[in-house]
Design a protein around this ligand. Structure first.
Ligand code: PMP
Length: 383
């Protein structure tokens, strides 16, 4: 089976697995304990914070560890909304966001916040001027992802940051960087980002650990209360092995970014050209998108049916998301780009990783061709 689902979870680096085991065995003490074993565990967290800070070109005290990007995004959106409600209760986000941002905004809407959801253009990119036009004196937060997790489009963050801050310099700018880090350059200062989320398992780290950059001077209303871990922003005993291993993945995937994207970009281009040549398929990803995501629809054919056929042919791909595809709902992202319901139900995401070779790509092309041919014949019966 060839694995084409790196954007959902990437296999951990060997060094990450070794680190996990080593820290788990040797540094099991609670980092809050005052004895030496505890302070040693605490030092490991401190060091991990420094490693992440160096990779993101920020200060160690601006790095927080969480249980994943879902938590980082929840904390960024709800923590900022609750903390700064005296400034206003208006938030701007996009229709492209991951559910952890999107649903957080919907939850705030139920509680009385006003949310502006800005749609992308037909290619899945948001126009910065549409975001800036929505900024008001009471806008406390703008949240925009770097790379869309479904179709891989890259959002113009620098321009968004510049235009938003020009209208209201107190409006905080949150970036969900989960699918961009390690693939594209991360420039928090140039983007004028105040908050930035990462997930370790998308960058070959352990699952269950996330990072939230919180710019110095920004405070968040904690969602988890209890102990004073993570500078009082997130209570709970730290997951030391995961934190140390996550920092390793942040460093390694940051260092390898250029090499990775240089190697993988021709594969993406080749697959996109191939898919464009199959008349039944509609390409949704763009040539200038993130190097690791290729996305297409087979309008009229449910994504799961295509994914299952590809799996029978030895290829593990993704429909837009495992949980929502069960509900047979069309993709919110594709609908927001103006795709019709048939195309929005028939999405397939292929995501590339370090292990892929030219031969793998050739095999995938053959499988795509064979899958379309066989589904075409069976059409009607399997839709
Ligand atoms: N944001 C984006 C863009 C993602 O792709 C994901 C993972 N699907 C998340 C947030 C959530 O990350 P985690 O799995 O670490 O909670």
């Amino acid at each position: 089976m060839l694995y084409w689902d790196y954007a959902a979870a990437a296999p951990p680096y060997d060094e990450v697995v070794q680190t996990l085991e080593q820290v788990m065995r040797q540094h099991y003490a609670n980092p809050s304990s005052l004895h030496r074993a505890g302070t040693e565990a605490d030092k490991l967290i401190k060091r991990a914070r420094e490693v992440c800070a160096a990779a993101l070109d920020v200060q160690p005290k601006e790095i927080m560890f969480t249980s994943g990007a879902t938590e980082s995004n929840n904390l960024a959106v709800k923590g900022a909304a609750l903390q700064y409600q005296s400034r206003g209760r208006h938030i701007i986000t996009t229709e492209l966001e991951h559910p952890s941002v999107y649903e957080s905004c919907l939850q705030l809407q139920q509680l009385g916040w006003e949310i502006t959801f800005v749609p992308p253009d037909s290619s899945g990119v948001v126009d910065p001027s549409r975001i800036a036009a929505a900024v008001r004196p009471d806008t406390v937060l703008v949240s925009v992802m770097h790379v869309n997790n479904e179709i891989g489009t890259v959002q113009p963050l620098q321009e968004i940051g510049r235009q938003v801050k020009a209208v209201n310099r107190r409006t905080l700018f949150h970036v969900d960087g989960v699918q961009g880090y390690g693939k594209l350059e991360t420039r928090l200062k140039e983007w004028q980002a105040d908050l930035y989320s990462l997930s370790a398992h998308k960058i070959r780290g352990p699952r269950g650990t996330g990072i939230l950059y919180v710019r110095e001077g920004v405070t968040l209303f904690p969602l988890l209360t209890g102990g004073s871990q993570e500078m009082g922003n997130r209570a709970g005993t730290e997951n030391v092995p995961n934190i140390v291993a996550a920092a390793k993945a942040v460093r390694m995937s940051g260092e390898r970014r250029q090499e990775f994207s240089t190697r993988i970009t021709p594969f993406k281009k080749r697959l996109e050209d191939y898919i464009s040549g199959i008349p039944e398929l509609v390409l949704n990803s763009r040539g200038d998108g993130a190097p690791h995501i290729v996305h297409f629809s087979y309008p009229g054919m449910k994504g799961e049916v295509m994914a299952r056929r590809l799996e029978e042919l030895g290829m593990a791909v993704a429909t837009r998301s495992a949980c929502s595809s069960r509900l047979a709902e069309p993709s919110r992202v594709l609908l927001s780009m103006g795709r019709d319901r048939a195309a929005a139900l028939g999405g397939i995401r292929i995501s590339l990783g370090d292990s892929h070779t030219k031969q793998d790509v050739e095999q995938l092309e053959q499988a795509l061709f064979a899958a379309v041919q066989s589904l075409k014949i069976a059409e009607g019966g399997v839709k």
